[in-house]
Design a protein around this ligand. Structure first.
Ligand SMILES: [Zn+2]
Length: 468
């Protein structure tokens, strides 16, 4: 007996309580409250009722209010004209099972059949398939998530016990007024024929609702169906996110400005629209043997490159994809290299530099410009750089959702050190303009080829690139 009880508890937990907690806590596949400036979503359950639903429709029409009706299939049977009227008057129809029974008490297959049967009834009457589902008493079970497919579960943010006649119209009105505010998903009942409800309770509901609509209209609120509330909520969330993003970007640009001042970064080219900044500093890392035979060791002077982050954020904002961002960045670098070379040639502080150095996530194509690419030695600097660049990329770009495989590959991406030996830098100086131009064209071609060949891979990797 005890065993049976435990087993029952176990089943109840996984079948009933857990999904309830999941959906209520995380809002998983469940919509229950909106975000809106002046909209309220009215929803009515358990109908249609031959007496009260037409009265409700009249009342809603008087206030130009739109609502969502979660109908019980068995109640809708024979009331097809009412369903049609709902649709014609601009309301949304959702499913509330075929009989008003909790999903806890039914096998998954039965729930599925109940939903199907009601969906077909609605479609036959209105020519439209319902997209919304509200389980009786808001109770879902684990299988509902799999069963529902295209249906979105709609719960509510406010209910008032309006199914009980003894609550009375006045008390109901008072309760409702406390929830007269934008974003609420109001649950009311236009039919009292279900278990536990009172047959004529909707009469009180109609009286209270009239006062609610009157006061809401006076305050300038709009009463909308659930579809519109979801749409408003989605766009409110999106703009909220973009406000955050803008704030983060401006904070970061501010920080960057402070960094430039603190380290006396020199700007390359047009002061109003620079691509690079640099500072001459001593190299602190491990010795790097460059391909040309030179080497950079600890204590050597180098020019440390910083890509202009304002330009980077502008490019990222304009580019349709990470690949496009990468390509434009490489072009900018290519165009700015002669300017950098000229400036370095005239900079006495830079006359003894061994190389130009930078840390970046763009390394594809950079070798064609004359950079040599090295792994960042593992350590705190590499780790913090990785974190910094990842955050930067996330903030700067709104990227499409990626498959888990692509995400795993993205995790494998890490920043690299780029070195350009000073001899290579000098070749970019405009003193040898003719040769360089020729070279640049050749490089440009090579870059283009490399980039287009790498485009597929880059798209998968979804990397963005930047110099810090
Ligand atoms: Zn119900």
């Amino acid at each position: 007996m005890e065993k049976l009880l435990l087993w029952g508890l176990y089943v109840a937990t996984f079948y009933a309580f857990l999904p309830g907690i999941i959906s209520r806590t995380f809002g998983f596949r469940v919509f229950k409250k909106g975000r809106a400036q002046r909209e309220i979503a009215l929803t009515f359950d358990d109908g249609p009722d031959p007496v009260y639903t037409p009265q409700l429709l009249d009342l809603l029409a008087r206030y130009k209010a739109k609502a969502t009706f979660f109908v019980v299939g068995s109640h809708a049977e024979g009331q097809e004209a009412l369903l049609r009227r709902m649709k014609e008057e601009g309301h949304v129809i959702g499913i509330h099972n075929y009989v008003h029974k909790s999903n806890w008490l039914m096998r998954p297959r039965t729930v599925k059949r109940q939903i199907e049967r009601t969906a077909e009834l609605i479609e036959k009457a209105t020519g439209e398939r319902s997209a919304y589902y509200r389980p009786p008493w808001g109770i879902v079970n684990v299988f509902d998530y799999a069963n529902l497919g295209y249906l979105q579960i709609i719960l509510w943010s406010a209910m008032f016990g309006d199914w009980r006649i003894r609550v009375g119209a006045e008390r109901l009105r008072k309760r409702m007024m406390r929830k007269l505010r934008p974003g609420e998903v109001i649950l009311l009942h236009d039919c009292g024929m279900t278990f536990g409800a009172d047959k004529d309770a909707p009469r009180n509901m109609l009286a209270a609702l009239e006062a609610y609509l009157e006061e809401g209209t006076r305050r300038g609120y709009r009463f909308v169906d659930i579809q519109e509330m979801i749409k408003l909520t989605d766009s409110a969330r999106a703009s909220h996110a973009s406000v955050w993003k803008r704030l983060l970007i401006s904070l970061w640009l501010l920080w960057e400005k402070a960094f430039h001042l603190a380290f006396r970064l020199k700007t390359v080219g047009d002061k109003n629209n620079p691509a690079f900044h640099y500072r001459v500093t001593t190299y602190n890392g491990e010795t790097v043997e460059l391909v040309g035979g030179s080497r950079v060791t600890k204590g050597d002077l180098i020019a440390e490159l910083h890509f202009d982050n304002k330009k980077l954020s502008a490019i990222a904002a304009e580019s349709k994809s990470p690949v496009a961002t990468g390509i434009r960045m490489i072009r900018e670098v290519e165009q700015a290299l002669p300017l950098l070379a000229n400036q370095l040639a005239g900079d006495t502080e830079a006359k003894d530099i061994k190389a130009v150095y930078g840390v970046t996530m763009i390394h594809r194509g950079a070798d064609k410009l004359g950079f040599e690419i090295y792994e960042l030695p593992e350590g705190l600097f590499a780790k913090s750089t990785r974190v910094y660049l990842r955050i930067l990329i996330r903030v700067l770009t709104s990227k499409p959702k990626k498959s888990s495989k692509e995400r795993r590959r993205k995790e494998a991406i890490s920043p690299r050190m780029l070195f350009m030996p000073v001899a290579t830098v000098r070749r970019y100086a405009t003193e040898q303009i003719g040769k360089i131009q020729e070279e640049a064209e050749r490089i440009s071609d090579a870059v283009e080829r490399t980039i287009s060949a790498a485009a597929d891979e880059a798209a998968q990797l979804g990397t963005k690139t930047t110099a810090i």
